[in-house]
Design a protein around this ligand. Structure first.
Ligand SMILES: [Zn+2]
Length: 91
């Protein structure tokens, strides 16, 4: 989380930390990985909720994954092409 106290767009220090983004149905947003661009489908997809900060000056919204290490681990463990898990993963 690099620009936690400064807006990445306008450099304002008026950041609103801990805001939320919700769909029209009011469900909170998550970010997840389910496929690797080269290796195909990830056997066990992983998702995490996101942390939101809003710039009170220009309105720029930042999203941060709460548990990025879990996403990265799943991404790096994606099956190799041709393995059982990557078959039928082509859109
Ligand atoms: Zn800003």
């Amino acid at each position: 989380m690099s620009s936690y106290h400064r807006c990445a767009k306008c450099n304002s220090d008026q950041m609103i930390d801990g805001a939320y983004i919700a769909s029209a149905q009011a469900s909170r947003i998550v970010v997840g990985v389910e496929r690797h661009p080269d290796r195909g489908r990830i056997t066990r997809s992983v998702s995490t909720q996101v942390h939101v900060a809003v710039c009170g000056s220009c309105g720029y919204v930042e999203l941060w994954a709460n548990r990025p290490a879990e996403l990265l681990e799943a991404y790096q463990r994606a099956s190799r092409p041709g393995s059982e898990a990557s078959r039928a993963a082509t859109p």
